[in-house]
Design a binder for this molecule. Sequence first.
Ligand code: FEO
Length: 170
Amino acid sequence: MFNEKIQTGLIKQLNRELKSSQLYLSMASWVEKKGFEGISQFLYDHSNEERMHMLKLIRYVNKRGGDVILDNNISYKKIIYNNISLKELFQELFEHEKEISKKINNLVDISLQEKDYFTYNFLQWYLEEQVEEEALTKMILDKIKLIGEDKVGLYLFDQDIKHFQKKHNK
Ligand code: FEO
């Protein structure tokens, strides 16, 4: 029988990954309509990665004999970015990733308290991933802050972002 506390924590996390995927998908769609081809591609790719994070968790929970419950009523604030800047968008993305990192840290802590070393081992990949995700989103945010509202700078950044990647291999 899969540890109840661990199972609950992992199911909450996989639903957070689902929420992240939808959040980035919304951002990508909004940015695409603004004409930022590179940034929208980055966000579409990021949305797919979050979905992959969710799938990895679903398959792990199933492998351990748990029961996955997907939250079909995800309550995150409605994403209407009509009047926000790219800086605000990436600030939100960075804050979101920091929050996810806290949750992963908490899960690792629970796995140790419960002496579930399989889950502890499984979560190491997520720890490494969060280090890279935070570093990448912070780097993007810093660049956007530097560029400000300069249109040429933003145009060049939209081209540059196509080459930004995490160092961590999946
Ligand atoms: Fe799945 Fe961006 O954390």
